[in-house]
Structure formats: structure tokens, C-alpha cells
Design a protein around this ligand. Structure first.
Ligand SMILES: [Zn+2]
Length: 515
């Protein structure tokens, strides 16, 4: 009986070979001879913020290409991925201060793709106390040339949670449990409230635009630091009114003063530059495969190189980019000769809709119009993505792909004592692996400790300081091992078998009234 129980495990470990010599070398190179710090400095402090279409994004692309060449990667290139409808935008100056009832300077971040002020604008702040569309009536004709303050969307709560956190064993166990994935439903509860708020905010924005305010002030909601956001803007349209995000504290202070009938004055100067629409690019480099046949197959590693403009896009997502670059550097430096080609791709334009990775899929894998597979589709072995901040890998999400579980179980074994052994069947979303998963290719993301991701991403504090170097080294070592294993095994990683398309699910739901 015992023999029978053990049999399948033995059979399995024979099929899923892990070269422990190679894992040893990867760990030595990645943990003792790491380039993570140097890469972290390069893509954050040196390249700076990398908003899609900005001068900074070009600086990021060029830095990454140069670094890949220095590391000896091959076929290094900055490759066009997609057009960009918003166009180029750089912030050149941002200054905001309250000047009455007393002076206080405020941190702020301009909303991307909005215009500037005409020099220094000085004047009383008009608070829009608007809870419904009809409230707008009382401000008709009163807004022109004014500094206008939007109502707060969230109230600030003191937090008793630690600033940064890691998964406990208990939480990882919970995460590993299968959960019934919810189908699409009509929006209810919180979502409905959110949608109503969004509609009202759009109405307010439209009103302010028509009435012609000088500057619009937003609160950063629950963030203590200015958030980075972007306007829905199409290149060639008139420049939207200057708009800045203030901290929740600055916004709250002025809102309370005004509600107590204390007039508030501010001075603000914003200079932004719009320029001709650049493209969205990906930066690509590789170690070519060594096997005569399998070298045509590709194991792909990726993360998005674009960021928001407030900080330097460190956790989101320099961290993912430098881990992928470092993983390939490790393999290169230990003279790994993978059978398949291992390619790293740093995606542009993720924050505006996964543009870089979708552009890559459209170019090489699936025709966007006919949905027909392109020749490289059958040569696509696997994709691994990182875009959940600086936290260390604790395991991997299967993206509902049961077929890879036994494979990943074996691959994670050499890292169990480093804290990475969890396997979660569930989907994880919101970033570039979805571009591959959506067309039936095996695309995955690792489970990462949160650290302080939720507190700082898309804000001015997403900088070098947010990076945990030891965690990034750990991640590069595991990524290098996964990439090597995927490049060496006899067959590609199993994708999900095709299923009959779901019938009528969407139509049925569309028939429901949206509430
Ligand atoms: Zn991201």
C-alpha cells in the first residue's frame, strides 16, 4: 500500500527534473554577486519618472537598452508596440501654497495631460460643495478664472495597521485555497456607489470646463502624499484646465477653513508641455537558445517599464523590470546554455491599458482582427510577470491552470526554505500576464509579500526608498530558476485546453437594468 502511494511521486520527479547544480549556481550568483542595487538606482533615480509618452519614458527605454547591452544580452532593441492616443506630456514646474489666512506651502502633483496656469495664479479658493448634479446650479457664472476645489471623496481614518507587512503562514494557506470565481454581475453595493460618484465627478468636471476655472484642486483621498493620476485626453484636443492633486491633509485643512467661513487664498504655478504623439515601445533582450530546434521557442520574462510621474515608479514597476533583467544577467553570468531562448521584455504603456504586452501579442502571437495564431504562437513556452511591488516571492498563482501545478511544485522545492512554496490556483489580475493568459498562453505572476505597496504606489512616494533589495534578489533568483527550468524541459509549459465559448452569459446580464 505504502509502495503504491509513493509510486506517483517517484514517477513525477523523474519527469520534472530540476538541475540542482544550476540552482546552486543561480543562488550563488544572484545572492552574492547581485546587480540589483545598481539596477535599482539606474531605473529610478537616474532615469526618473517614466510616464507613458513623457521624456522620462524615453530616458527609461534608453537606459534599459544600454544596460542589457552591457550585460551581454543579444538582439537588444527598443521596439514599437502601439500608437499612443494621449500624446507626449512633461511637467516642468509645480508650485502650490496657501497664502491666506496664513502662509503654508503644499506638496502637489499635477494631473498628467492637463494644462498649465498662465504664470502665477493668485486668488481665493472656491470650494464646490456639490452632492448632486442640481447643486452645480448655484456656481453658474462664478467659476471663471477661479481656483476651484473639488469636494473630498474619502475621509481619512487613522490606521493602526503596520506600515509594511508580509504574509503569515496562515494567510498563505488561506490564499492557496480554491475560491469560486465570481462571474460578471450587475454592479451592486459599493460598486454602485462608486459608479454614481464617478458619474457625478464627470458632471462636475464638465461643468468646470465649460465655466472656465483657472486651476482645479483634488484631494489624494486616503493617501498622505499627492497621488499621480492622468486626465482622459486625446492628443490634438484643447489642453484641459490645469489640475493638481494635493495631499488629503492640505485639501482637508482648506475645506474645513472654508466651511467655517474663513476665506482661503492660494498661489499656484504649473507649467506643462504637450508634444507630438510618441509611440509606445518595449525594450527587449535575450539569451538565445542553444538547442538546434528548441531555440526557436521562447520563455518570456517581463514587467512594465512605464510609471506614473509623481515618484520614480520604484515599486510600480522598476522593481519588476530590474528583477527580470537581473534574472537574465544571472543566467548569462553563470554561462547557462538554455535549450530555448530566454527573452526579457520591459513593457511600455501598461498603466494606460497593458499597451506594451498587448502590442507584443498582436505583433507576434495572435492577429488582433482575425484572432488567428501567428507562427510564434506555437513556439511560446511560458511567460512570467512581476508587478506587485518590491515584496519577496512566496509562491505562484496558477491562473486556474491545474496542469502546471505538479511542475511548479517541483520547481519551488529548492526555495521552500527561503519562504517561497505557496501555490494558489486563483487568478491574479491587473497587469501584463493577462495579455498572454487572455489568448490561451501560459502566463503567470508570483505571490508577493505586500510590504507597503498599497500605501505608496501611484504617488510621489513611490521612490528608491520603497525597494527591499534583499527581496528583489530573492525574486531574481527564483525567476532565473523558473526561466531556466522552462527553457530546459522537454515540452513547453501546458496551456489551458480550449473550451467551448460561454454562451449568452454577457447578453443575459446586459438585459438586466444597471443599478
Ligand atoms: Zn504596475
Amino acid at each position: 500500500m505504502a509502495f503504491l502511494l509513493i509510486m506517483p511521486a517517484i514517477l513525477f520527479s523523474q519527469t520534472e527534473k530540476v538541475d540542482l547544480n544550476m540552482i546552486y549556481k543561480i543562488k550563488q550568483e544572484g545572492l552574492k554577486n547581485s546587480a540589483i542595487e545598481e539596477l535599482a538606482y539606474g531605473l529610478t533615480d537616474f532615469a526618473g519618472p517614466r510616464l507613458t509618452g513623457s521624456t522620462g519614458s524615453t530616458r527609461g527605454y534608453e537606459w534599459a537598452k544600454k544596460k542589457m547591452e552591457e550585460f551581454g544580452f543579444q538582439n537588444v532593441r527598443i521596439e514599437e508596440a502601439r500608437d499612443f492616443n494621449r500624446g507626449g506630456w512633461d511637467n516642468l514646474k509645480a508650485y502650490a501654497a496657501m497664502t491666506a489666512p496664513y502662509y503654508a506651502n503644499f506638496a502637489c502633483n499635477p494631473v498628467a495631460w492637463t494644462g498649465g496656469t498662465e504664470g502665477l495664479v493668485k486668488g481665493e479658493v472656491l470650494f464646490l460643495d456639490v452632492k448632486s448634479e442640481t447643486d452645480l446650479e448655484k456656481y453658474k457664472g462664478k467659476i471663471n478664472g477661479k481656483i476651484v476645489m473639488m469636494p473630498s471623496t474619502a475621509s481619512y481614518e487613522i490606521s493602526y495597521e503596520p506600515l509594511a507587512s508580509r504574509y503569515t503562514d496562515e494567510q498563505l494557506k488561506e490564499l492557496s485555497k480554491a475560491v469560486q470565481q465570481q462571474g460578471r454581475r450587475a454592479p451592486t453595493g459599493d460598486f454602485a456607489t462608486y459608479a454614481a460618484q464617478q458619474t457625478l465627478r464627470n458632471k462636475i468636471s464638465e461643468f468646470i470646463r465649460t465655466e472656465g476655472a483657472a486651476v482645479i484642486l483634488n484631494s489624494s483621498g486616503t493617501f498622505n502624499v499627492p497621488r499621480s493620476t492622468g486626465a482622459r485626453y486625446n492628443a490634438g484636443n484643447p489642453e484641459p484646465i490645469a489640475e493638481i492633486n494635493l495631499t488629503v491633509e492640505a485639501h482637508g485643512r482648506m475645506e474645513r477653513l472654508i466651511k467655517h467661513n474663513v476665506p482661503v487664498e492660494m498661489e499656484i504655478e504649473i507649467q506643462n508641455k504637450f508634444f507630438a504623439s510618441p509611440k509606445i515601445y518595449n525594450v527587449i533582450g535575450e539569451i538565445p537558445g542553444s538547442d538546434k530546434v528548441l531555440k526557436n521557442e521562447v520563455v518570456l520574462l517581463g514587467g512594465h517599464i512605464d510609471s506614473w510621474h509623481g515618484g520614480t515608479g520604484a515599486a510600480d514597476n522598476a522593481s519588476g523590470c530590474i528583477v527580470m533583467m537581473e534574472a537574465l544577467r544571472i543566467l548569462k553570468n553563470i554561462d547557462a546554455a538554455p535549450r530555448r531562448t530566454i527573452r526579457v521584455a520591459l513593457w511600455g504603456g501598461e498603466e494606460q491599458g497593458l499597451n506594451g504586452s498587448r502590442g507584443y501579442v498582436e505583433k507576434y502571437l495572435v492577429d488582433p482582427k482575425t484572432k488567428e495564431h501567428k507562427p510564434d504562437f506555437d513556439k511560446f513556452a511560458a511567460y512570467f510577470n512581476m508587478d506587485n511591488g518590491s515584496g519577496k516571492y512566496r509562491g505562484i498563482y496558477l491562473q486556474e491552470n491545474d496542469m502546471v501545478r505538479p511542475v511548479f511544485e517541483e520547481w519551488l522545492k529548492p526555495f521552500a526554505d527561503m519562504g517561497a512554496s505557496a501555490i494558489a490556483i486563483r487568478n491574479t489580475g491587473g497587469t501584463d500576464h493577462q495579455s498572454f493568459d487572455a489568448v490561451g498562453l501560459p502566463g503567470f505572476q508570483f505571490i508577493q509579500d505586500e510590504i507597503e505597496y498599497d500605501r505608496g504606489y501611484h504617488t510621489v512616494m513611490d521612490t528608491y526608498e520603497r525597494l527591499v533589495m534583499a527581496d528583489l534578489k530573492h525574486n531574481a533568483v527564483i525567476t532565473a530558476s523558473f526561466a531556466y527550468n522552462a527553457a530546459m524541459r522537454d515540452s513547453k509549459l501546458p496551456g489551458k485546453p480550449a473550451m467551448k465559448p460561454r454562451t449568452n452569459v454577457l447578453q443575459n446580464q446586459m438585459a438586466f437594468p444597471m443599478n
